[in-house]
Design a binder for this molecule. Structure first.
Ligand code: ATP
Ligand code: MG
Ligand code: MG
Ligand code: MG
Length: 585
């Protein structure tokens, strides 16, 4: 019988595979996907934020990769593979060697030359492009890779959801004109929709931070799940959806001002947070009692660029939201800070989360190293001036209290005037961004245009958290018995379970035949021939989330039927062979 299996068929007989499930609920896991990935034996922790994918986990990861790769190819993107280790010199060209901050893992080789382990690849692809692209005729072009990234996250957590080493699909497009960039951005936006739909995920595309500050356009794709670290606001009456901080920033009263883009704070005598908020064009929501501007140091406390601020919306002793601002080159101009910048700050100040100091909580503080701010802010680095003991969602072991945030905007009018806002938690699984010419200019990438003149291409970048998707999918697809994979992500689509294979040759033979026929018919099917007792076998199969289960037993054979059950069905059914194939093939 075994001879009928072609040797190139990967081991799908579970007796020859490596499954290692556990009944214990791991104590270190806080969210359901992390628990289930450990129980199912999909991942094993090596060190903080570093995980080995077991054979089972890897099958799922590869499914995600495959869907991403096929859709990217279909969208016209071209695959490349860049090194994960990147030389410091490239990062100095864009200024990010210093600016990127603590997430950048810097390493030295034996000659003491500096490198980083790539957290992203804008520099490397722009270097590639400046060597490869000479003429507008080569544009537009979109290069993508599926590659391991490393980000030294302050708080790696939730398993592969926020790991330090993780798998990302990142792509970078190059265009002669902004119009072309806009077209490719739309193409990628639509492609991301197709990818997440194909993977069977409930998701939402939302306007991201930069959308509010003019110029750059950016959208995030969120898988909706209560455990999500992000809060997104969406309208009941339109397609409007945005990061909660963006929804704040463009709340009806403040919208026109916020949309104008960067606010210039040119009156350093402003004293109160309300004044700052007004200057920033941000309307405080009615339930928010106050707001505090908090200073954030960058690495080394640079005074000229890159100092960041968090505008925290405070209610009682809780920070219910934070609007991220950070200082750009040129004193007094601000933009929304990135997640990295905030993370970096939160981790750089262990004393930050001390006991509540209510009186001091509501005051404007900032980085005193920024001279222009000195008049209206006080030293952020002084003890007691930070908001202390506040409920920062991202830092809590439990997901952020949704009710807190709901009070801020739920039920409020949507900024576009259609319907009211609701709030959902989201997991960021994708991010598309119009970079413009920032990197191309910094790295002197030019191509010759139709007139033979040097032109600087516009760029877009597009990321997908391939490994994070695995965890995010579980957050959406599980029950008390374990994972319930969407078809496109399942390690196998079906499993043939053999009752008592060692003692019942006829049953074993029938099961092996069914298993081989299903595979031949294109249904990726495993054979559970491990000889476990039915209860233990079924518990494993439910835990690891195989969509279709077919049981071959002596009793069934005698009746000419197989017992079929879908992972989410409440009852099993007895089906004959033709009916099984009709269900699956
Ligand atoms: P986050 O806000 O969750 O930190 P990000 O905005 O920093 O993510 P991007 O730079 O936009 O991430 O990277 C593209 C994608 O890579 C993200 O949308 C996310 O799905 C994934 N990703 C980012 N950081 C991690 C991580 N630490 N672990 C797993 N996946 C990640
Ligand atoms: Mg983000
Ligand atoms: Mg991040
Ligand atoms: Mg992002």
């Amino acid at each position: 019988m075994a001879a009928s299996l072609r040797p190139e068929v990967p081991p799908m007989r579970l007796s020859q595979f490596h499954l290692h499930t556990s009944k214990e609920t791991p104590a270190e896991a806080e969210i359901v996907s992390h628990k289930l990935m450990l129980k199912a034996g999909m991942i094993r922790k090596l060190a903080a934020g570093l995980y080995t994918w077991s054979p089972l986990g890897l099958r799922v990861l590869r499914k995600v990769e495959r869907a991403v790769r096929e859709e990217m190819n279909a969208a016209g993107a071209i695959e490349v593979l860049m090194p994960s280790v990147q030389p410091k010199e490239l990062w100095e060209e864009t200024g990010r060697w210093e600016k990127f901050g603590g997430q950048l893992l810097k390493i030295q080789d034996r000659k003491e030359a500096w490198y980083c382990y790539g957290p992203t690849h804008e520099e490397v692809i722009t270097d590639f492009a400046r060597n490869e692209l000479a003429s507008y005729k080569q544009l537009p072009v979109n290069f993508y890779q599926i590659q391991t990234k490393f980000r030294d996250e302050i708080r790696p957590r939730f398993g592969v959801m926020r790991a330090r080493e993780f798998l990302m699909k990142d792509s970078y497009s190059f265009h002669l004109t902004d119009e072309d960039l806009g077209l490719e951005y739309r193409n990628m936006y639509d492609t991301y929709g197709r990818i997440f739909t194909r993977l069977g995920l409930k998701f939402r595309a939302v306007a991201a931070d930069s959308g509010a500050i003019g110029g750059a356009v950016s959208h995030e794709f969120h898988v909706l799940a209560d455990s999500g670290e992000d809060a997104i606001a969406f309208s009941s009456g339109s397609d409007y959806a945005a990061n909660i901080e963006l929804a704040e920033a463009v709340s009806p009263g403040a919208r026109p001002a916020a949309q104008e883009g960067m606010r210039k704070i040119d009156t350093p005598t402003q004293k109160t947070c309300e004044d700052v908020a007004a200057l920033m064009g941000i309307a405080l929501q009615r339930t928010v009692k106050s707001v505090a501007l908090m200073g954030v140091d960058t690495e080394g406390g640079k005074t000229d660029e890159g100092s960041q601020f968090v505008l925290a919306l405070v209610r009682g002793d809780h920070v219910v939201n934070e609007i991220k601002l950070s200082k750009l080159a040129g004193l007094g101009e601000y933009r929304l800070a990135t997640e990295e910048e905030i993370d970096q700050h939160l981790g750089s100040e262990p004393g930050f989360l001390g006991p509540v100091a209510p009186k001091k909580a509501i005051r404007v503080v900032a980085d005193r190293s920024v001279a222009a701010m000195a008049d209206f802010v006080v030293g952020a680095n002084e003890k007691g001036f930070h908001l202390a003991g506040v409920n920062w969602g991202r830092d809590l072991p439990e997901p952020h209290d949704v009710a807190d945030i709901r009070n801020v905007v739920e039920g409020d009018a949507s900024p576009d005037g259609h319907g009211t806002l609701g709030i959902a938690r989201g997991i960021e699984v994708g991010h598309v961004f119009q970079l413009g010419r920032k990197y191309a200019e910094a790295m002197k990438l030019t191509v010759l245009d139709a007139n033979g003149k040097a032109a600087t291409p516009a760029m877009g970048c597009y990321g997908i958290g391939v490994s994070r998707i695995v965890a995010a999918a579980i957050e959406q697809n599980h029950d008390d018995n374990g994972i319930a994979w969407p078809e496109a992500m399942a390690p196998w689509n079906a499993v043939v379970c053999v009752i008592n294979p060692k003692n019942d040759a006829a049953v074993a033979e029938a099961a092996l035949a069914l298993y081989a026929e299903l595979n031949a018919a294109g249904v990726e099917t495993a054979l559970d021939d491990r000889g476990l007792r039915p209860g233990a076998m079924f518990a494993d199969i439910e835990l690891i989330g195989i969509p279709h289960r077919i049981v071959v037993s002596e009793r069934g054979l005698a009746a000419g039927s197989f017992e079929y059950r879908h992972r989410l069905a409440s009852e099993a059914e007895n089906l004959d062979r033709a009916a099984v194939f009709a269900r699956l093939a």
